[in-house]
Write a protein that binds this ligand. Structure first.
Ligand SMILES: *Cc1c(COP(=O)(O)O)cnc(C)c1O
Length: 351
């Protein structure tokens, strides 16, 4: 099938009309991969699938929401968009704004953004501002600016973002032929878990999925406001994409957890890094640390026997590993330097 993006594919479920100029980079249609090694590692006959959202055009699931947010901004005759970002939102906003011919302003926390993400925002021509503060502070600032000035906010409080992101749940059902029993997902600003739940609910109502999964969210131990039920003023974690202390979609996410019969848990940075390496070396999938939070959560929850034996689980892997090459190099073995001689090379290889 010729794929031309999530708006085209799921148009009847989305708030668009013939007058909406569709801005797309053919996002979506990402692979749902079986993960037999992970399945074996967790046992109990669990069937594990990975929804590889890092394979979207800018390398994260943010593109699903951005195609809609930017298309609607263009329809409303906006000239500029703005967002606060831990990186992937800015990369996506920059790319789609470039495609649409809009100006893009992005605010990122200084020192808190992975190299790949920053390079994307820069090369797509966004106007990047480093805020000497946290993501949460940057978000408060852009909200104020968007209220008073002619610039459209494209953070996930923009309702079109979640509308676009819910298409990932549609795809899971289409690819699996049914809804999974559990859906595991990392939680930062809590937009994506809310969007998936909305998607599963809507597909269920449209009678396209017979069941709905339990939504299971994972926060990093040092950045777990929903789990701890309090705002975290100085969130800390190696997984910068979920380093958020006051999630914008907190209430929606809590509702998704309750309605679905799911729950929220925490994973430590150590558990995240272990899962990060396991995913890359055991399944051949290189995703960024925040994505590995779902895998770490799977391992932890399975050990505690939290999943019904024989269940089908889908994990969202939110962003590509190349986004954050520094972390990958820091947590894998160093290359060995050898002189250009056969014997030296052979002794280094220990075949
Ligand atoms: C944005 C993002 C998250 C967090 O998603 P929320 O919708 O903010 O909860 C997780 N992982 C990656 C890679 C992201 O870019």
């Amino acid at each position: 099938m010729n794929w031309s993006g999530v708006i085209d594919r799921y148009r009847s479920f989305l708030p668009v009309s013939d007058r909406t100029p569709v801005v797309t980079l053919n996002e979506g249609n990402t692979p749902l991969l079986a993960a037999p090694r992970l399945g074996e590692a967790v046992g109990s006959g669990l069937q594990v699938y990975l929804k590889c959202e890092g394979f979207n055009p800018t390398g994260s699931f943010k593109d699903r929401g951005m195609t809609l947010a930017i298309s609607k901004a263009l329809e409303a005759k906006a000239r500029a968009v703005i967002c606060a970002s831990t990186g992937n939102t800015s990369a996506s906003a920059a790319a789609y704004a470039a495609r649409a011919g809009l100006r893009a302003f992005v605010l990122v926390p200084r020192g808190g953004i992975a190299l790949g993400k920053l390079s994307q925002a820069a090369i797509h021509g966004a106007e990047v501002l480093m805020v000497d503060g946290s993501f949460d502070q940057a978000l408060t600032l852009v909200k104020e600016i968007a209220e008073r000035h002619p610039v459209t906010l494209v953070n996930s409080i923009n309702p079109f973002r979640l509308e676009g992101q819910k298409t990932a749940a549609f795809e899971v059902v289409d690819q699996l032929g049914r809804a999974p029993d559990y859906h595991l997902i990392p939680v930062g600003n809590a937009g994506n878990i809310s969007a998936y739940w909305q998607g599963y609910r809507e597909y269920h109502l449209a009678k396209l999925g017979q069941a709905r999964p339990k939504m299971v969210g994972f926060q990093a131990a040092g950045a777990a406001p929903i789990y701890e039920n309090r705002v975290i003023h100085e969130p800390k974690t190696i997984a910068t994409a979920i380093k958020i202390g006051n999630p914008a979609n907190w209430a929606r996410a809590t509702a998704a957890l309750e309605e679905s019969g799911g729950w929220i848990e925490v994973v430590t940075d150590e558990e995240i890094l272990h899962a990060y390496r396991l995913l890359a070396s055991g399944e051949g999938i290189f995703m960024e640390p925040a994505s590995a939070a779902a895998v770490a959560g799977l391992l932890k929850m399975a050990k505690q026997g939290r999943f019904e034996p024989g269940s089908t689980l889908v994990l969202t892997l939110t962003g590509h590993g190349l986004k954050d090459p520094d972390t990958a190099l820091e947590h894998s073995s160093r290359p060995v330097t050898v002189p250009p001689k056969l014997d030296a090379l052979l002794s280094a290889l220990s075949l």
